[in-house]
Design a protein around this ligand. Structure first.
Ligand code: ATP
Length: 306
């Protein structure tokens, strides 16, 4: 995983800054087994990362204030931002008495089912662990992240994993075979809570096979992976936003080996082996979808963690 450190001297003293890459995740599978007494759904998912990433710059500051700016006007620039909340909670848990300025260079579409906010929070935890030399393990950072959001533990480790519970119970998997991922995000965003609120687990007619997908990933079987893609939230979001179904159909028409909505959507991704086909898909989809990306599958864990 790429990352950069920069330390430089200013007239007034030494200023330290670290940068962390915050990659987007996609769901190869998403199953909601049942609704738990605490109101959350018991989930089973296979998640992996793709090479579409935000960059988080963290600049150490004297004093105790946390400040934040983002290149995107679509995310909150204050204490509601998940990266801000991660920094505040980390300080509270460790008793650090330093401030930080957080700069988010946003590339991941917002409210898109790609865990952009969770990945920003996770990258903030990893980066501050290095900046403030806290020596926390990936597991410890993931536990802190879980208090803020269910996808954050996966994003702390990144890579590829089976996620259970609310998403915080992780079994790591090897990276899927290299391929191209074409992502298309319709103009509107989707609220994860809204989609789960409309899901009737008793009425789910078709569930993905989590175990078979994990095996296909382990054996690097691309054709089996594309054949096993499945997400029980897809019909819910498609019912609210028919463009999601249209994009998926177009992707398959243009020759994608597999296509699926990620998370609660509305982003749809296609998996293709060849770059030439990925480019063809991007050109075809651009006609009716403004945010279209062709990126490589990443799937490997962040190397700076235990
Ligand atoms: P998930 O798949 O984890 O549900 P998502 O990709 O659907 O996430 P996000 O992009 O994480 O959605 O945004 C969800 C909400 O979180 C948005 O309404 C946004 O205002 C808020 N948010 C807070 N912090 C951030 C951040 N750093 N980046 C993006 N959104 C953020």
């Amino acid at each position: 995983m790429e990352r950069t450190d920069r330390r430089y001297d200013r007239m007034e003293g030494r200023v330290q800054m670290v940068s962390e890459k915050a990659p987007a995740k996609i769901n190869l599978t998403l199953d909601a087994r049942y609704k738990r007494p605490d109101g959350y759904h018991e989930l089973e998912m296979v998640m992996t990362t793709v090479d579409l990433a935000d960059r988080i710059d963290l600049e150490d500051r004297d004093g105790s204030s946390i400040t934040l700016e983002s290149s995107s006007g679509l995310v909150p620039q204050d204490e509601r931002n998940l990266a801000y909340r991660a920094a505040a909670l980390l300080r509270e848990k460790t008793g650090v008495r330093r401030g930080v300025h957080i700069r988010i260079h946003k590339r991941i579409p917002v409210a898109a089912g790609l865990a952009g906010g969770s990945s920003d929070a996770a990258a903030t935890l990893r980066g501050l662990n290095r900046l403030w030399k806290l020596g926390l393990s990936g597991r410890e950072l993931a536990d802190i992240g879980a208090e803020i959001g269910s996808d954050i533990p996966f994003c702390v480790h990144s890579g590829t994993a089976v996620a259970k519970g609310r998403g915080e119970i992780l079994e790591p998997l090897p990276a899927p075979p290299p391929c191209w991922v074409v992502l298309a995000k319709p103009a509107h965003g989707v609220s994860t809570a809204d989609v789960f609120g409309r899901l009737n687990v008793g009425a789910i007619s078709e569930r993905p096979d989590t175990e078979a997908m994990a095996e296909a990933v382990c054996s690097g079987d691309f054709d089996r992976i594309t054949g096993l893609l499945g997400n029980v939230l897809e019909p819910v979001t498609m019912g609210m936003h028919p463009e999601v179904g249209k994009i998926k159909r177009k992707m398959l028409e243009f020759g994608a080996e597999g296509a699926l909505m990620s998370g609660s959507g509305p982003t749809v991704f296609a998996l293709v082996r060849k770059e030439s086909k990925a480019k063809r898909l991007v050109n075809g989809l651009k006609g009716f979808c403004r945010q279209v990306f062709a990126v490589r599958m990443l799937g490997k864990p962040i190397d700076s963690l235990d």
